[in-house]
Ligand binder design. Structure first.
Ligand code: FES
Length: 118
């Protein structure tokens, strides 16, 4: 199975890259399978995610899923964002080859981690 056009687009033109200097929470997670890393910044107001940015060091699937998931967060309620699963992220990007399923875990773990305190 090859990567979808959409996944390749999010890898080549990642959205929401960067840092939020006055973020309300920051999380850094690493993938136990390969050691790739994602860092996620969020601003939350009244239970809703106002802004989100990420930086990631990883494979193309990790960059694309991190970017897509970060973009998804903006405007979402915290309770809803907590329910985002790795499968949901992977499916939205046209699916991942079996050997790359673990790559979408980075983004779903980072979301759970960054929203812990809300
Ligand atoms: Fe590490 Fe994809 S190989 S996240």
């Amino acid at each position: 199975m090859a990567y979808s056009e959409k996944l390749l687009d999010y890898f080549q033109n990642p959205r929401c890259v960067g840092e939020i200097p006055d973020a309300h929470a920051i999380a850094e997670v690493s993938n136990p399978v390969c050691g790739d890393v994602m860092k996620l910044w969020v601003k939350v107001d009244d239970g809703r995610i106002q802004d989100a940015k990420f930086k990631a060091q990883g494979c193309s699937a990790a960059i694309a899923t991190s970017s897509y998931a970060t973009e998804m967060l903006i405007g979402m309620r915290v309770a809803e964002a907590r329910r985002i699963t790795r499968d949901q992220i992977a499916e939205a990007l046209g699916g991942l080859p079996a050997s790359k399923i673990h790559c979408s875990v980075l983004a779903s773990d980072a979301i759970k981690e960054v929203l812990k305190g809300f």
